[in-house]
Design a protein around this ligand. Structure first.
Ligand SMILES: Cc1cc2nc3c(=O)[nH]c(=O)nc-3n(C[C@H](O)[C@H](O)[C@H](O)COP(=O)(O)OP(=O)(O)OC[C@H]3O[C@@H](n4cnc5c(N)ncnc54)[C@H](O)[C@@H]3O)c2cc1C
Length: 667
């Protein structure tokens, strides 16, 4: 059997998952008590998996590098989570969510996985409501929904601008119950440093206690990697500062294939970069595109005057504004998918219409919504709908109720009041669709090693739509892994505890210690951040929103150069056996420097444009992404061969049997 067998069950697409669940091996309750599972990461993907597996009876050891699972990057998710519940009676269904997600992924995702995701989506909402997650509700008490880009129904469930936080509190409370019962042993402030493989199977990890520096061995019958995404390879991204690729990269180097590394999502509505001092970018939720209109001045002289501070955006008449998304994509308007909105903003800024000092910003304007909501409120309450001041006041109050925390965040960062002047936004790296390759059971190419959430290459293909990541992470943790992991663990009911004295643990621990010692003793001259910033600049300039062969080849050479310099000249202050965040960063940046090269190699071999991957050589005359289904309808799964630039490509051919492949259009 090929190593890249995705193990997709046979049968009609809507029966595959049910049928699979009916036939997988089971582990009986008594046997579960003698099986250990390690979960690396306790964000939404890992937290939900840890809680579920422990509830089922397995002994779970869960790891996170923060001081609490509550601080995983999942907490940052603002906009919402998709589910095909059709509460709005707008024609939604499992099939439509499946269809929209496959189309949104530009036909580069696995049909069977996406269908399952759509199928379990409704149960996620029920599960979270049962945990007490305070989703927004309508006046009558029903759960409310928003629209997100690239779809024509309202299926996004949300909790103000804090959906991720509320969902994470739900998962954390489910975990806490199991921590209290002793079924989950929680290792906060611990970082997985390597995977341990015994007889070809994942049997444990080497972890570092980040407070004391102690190196620890932990064994289990299976290891789940739920360590999040790798957007920080760009240095500047909307990800949390600590988000990293190291756990995923370590399993890749031990034999797990890494899939579609170049599929990255650039989010159109982020606060623009303001200068070299920054180490983090801030997202303004996609939900704002429900009510905000995106525009730039229609005339170059107005754009210039605005940049020079000689004109204000509010002084420009309607006729002098270019609502470029509404103009180019009338059917979806401001709610086109993220890649389309991002490239359209870049195109206008590259053409000289940018509105901030750097020329890299467009407006997101709520004036029309203030008026629309204000008039509605005036009519409802019997006020004069022609009273402009009153209408504005009432409209602002409605917008504040919906997005108040986002407006406040914007004002704190930019020091401008977005109720009085339009917000300025620009695209930024946000989410990585690529990741560790997994089969239908979420198992990597290493037996017993699983990957879930953003860490796996997942179900999103080339262009994840908004509000799908939370859905996928929670689907994996609450509803998929709990079934599929048992199929594998059923073979381990007689294995007994795995000893950490095995030579494989010793060898892995030695490698980890050698690398840490190297960093502390290298005594170079440049900080870790110095190298990370340089890597990020190459990635953004040459492997970012638009890529071409020349730039990618240059990027590969430059990344190698930076990596060489890093190993010669990096300086890590502090000691080994103490809380040393520079040491933590050094290990993570070393891995980013390898991943960055594979990322560029992957982008170079994919001679087409699809969703989040835009090759300038492959576009329509109108500048839209041009796919090549004949040659590139596959998942690119890379096998590590000792050097990131020389990884071996394996192709998982994608078959579309339930959806016709079309060139994607949102016009
Ligand atoms: C600003 C922002 C807003 C977003 N909004 C939305 C939204 O509205 N809707 C949506 O669907 N998606 C959204 N996303 C995407 C979504 O939030 C993420 O994809 C998702 O939360 C990832 O969850 P996760 O559990 O896979 O990873 P994370 O939440 O990143 O968790 C990773 C876990 O792994 C641990 N970890 C990592 N490495 C190691 C290691 N080596 N050792 C031990 N532990 C480790 C961390 O401590 C953490 O516990 C947003 C993303 C961003 C950046």
């Amino acid at each position: 059997m090929s190593k890249l067998d995705a193990k997709i069950p046979v049968g009609p697409i809507d029966k595959k998952w049910t049928d699979h669940k009916n036939h997988v091996n089971l582990v009986n309750p008594a046997n579960k008590r003698s099986i250990d599972v390690i979960i690396v990461g306790t964000g939404l993907a890992g937290g939900s998996a840890a809680a579920s597996l422990a509830e089922m009876g397995y002994n779970v050891k869960a790891f996170c590098f923060q001081d609490s699972p509550r601080r995983a990057h999942s907490i940052a998710a603002q906009g919402g989570i998709n589910a095909a519940k059709n509460y709005q009676n707008d024609g939604d269904s499992t099939y439509r969510l499946f269809y929209d997600t496959v189309k949104g992924g530009d036909y580069r995702s696995r049909e069977a996985n996406v269908y399952r995701l759509a199928e379990v989506s409704a149960a996620i909402i029920d599960q979270c409501v049962a945990q007490g997650v305070p989703f927004a509700r309508e006046y009558g008490g029903m759960l409310d929904n928003r629209s997100f880009g690239g779809v024509q129904v309202q299926r996004t469930f949300y909790a103000k601008g804090q959906t991720g936080q509320q969902l994470l509190l739900g998962a954390y409370s489910a975990m806490s119950r199991q921590i209290g019962k002793g079924k989950i042993k929680m290792y906060n402030r611990h970082e997985m440093m390597d995977l341990v493989i015994v007889d070809g199977k994942a049997r444990g990890i080497i972890a570092r206690n980040l407070i004391t520096g102690e190196i620890e061995r932990h064994s289990a019958h299976a290891v789940v990697i739920a360590s999040g995404g790798y957007g920080n390879v760009f240095f500047l991204s909307t990800n949390a500062m600590g988000s990293n690729t190291s756990a995923a990269w370590k399993v890749h180097k031990k034999g797990a294939y890494f899939a579609n590394p170049c599929f990255t999502q650039i989010h159109p509505t982020c606060i623009p970069v303001s200068g070299d001092h920054q180490s983090k970018l801030t997202l303004m939720s996609e939900s704002l595109r429900n009510d905000g209109r995106i525009w730039v001045p229609a005339k170059l002289e107005d754009a210039k005057a605005i940049r020079e501070g000689k004109k204000k955006p509010t002084e420009l008449a309607e006729a002098d504004r270019d609502y470029f998304l509404e103009r180019r994509y009338p059917a979806f308007g401001n709610l086109v998918p993220r890649d389309v909105a991002s490239r359209a903003a870049k195109e206008r800024c590259d053409a000289g219409f940018g509105v901030n000092k750097t020329g890299e910003a467009v407006y997101l304007d709520f004036a029309a919504s203030f008026e629309r909501y204000g008039k509605e409120q005036a009519l409802i309450h019997g006020h004069d709908a022609k009273d402009k001041a009153l209408v504005l006041k009432l409209g602002k109050a409605v917008v504040e109720a919906k997005y108040g925390n986002l407006f406040q965040m914007y004002e704190k960062i930019i020091d401008q009041n977005p109720y009085e002047t339009p917000m300025m936004i620009y695209p930024a790296v946000h989410y990585t669709m690529g990741g560790v390759w997994v089969d239908y059971n979420l198992m990597t190419t290493i037996p017993g090693c699983y990957a879930t959430g953003e860490a796996n290459f997942s179900d999103h293909g080339a262009n994840r739509l908004g509000a799908s990541a939370l859905m996928q992470g929670l689907a994996d943790g609450y509803f998929v892994l709990p079934y599929t992991i048992g199929d594998y663990l059923a073979g381990d009911i007689r294995t007994g505890e795995i000893s950490t004295d095995l030579p494989e643990f010793e060898a892995a621990e030695k490698d980890v210690k050698d690398r840490l010692n190297f960093f502390i003793n290298n005594k170079g001259t440049k900080s870790v951040d110095h190298f990370h910033r340089r890597l990020g600049k190459v990635m953004w300039d040459k492997v970012g929103m638009a890529r071409n062969a020349t730039g990618l080849n240059e990027a590969i050479a430059e990344i190698r150069q930076i990596r060489d310099e890093f190993w010669k000249d990096v300086r890590v202050p502090g000691e080994l056996n103490e809380f040393n965040q520079e040491l933590e960063k050094a290990g993570r940046v070393a891995d980013f420097l390898e991943l960055g090269e594979l990322f560029a190699v992957d982008a170079l071999q994919r001679e087409e444009s699809c969703g989040g991957h835009f090759r300038e050589e492959h576009q329509t005359p109108e500048g839209e992404a041009l796919r090549d289904d004949k040659n590139f309808a596959y998942v690119a799964a890379w096998e590590y061969t000792g050097n990131p630039g020389e990884a071996k490509l394996h192709k998982e051919e994608l078959k579309y049997e339930n959806i016709e492949m079309k060139q994607r259009s949102y016009k």
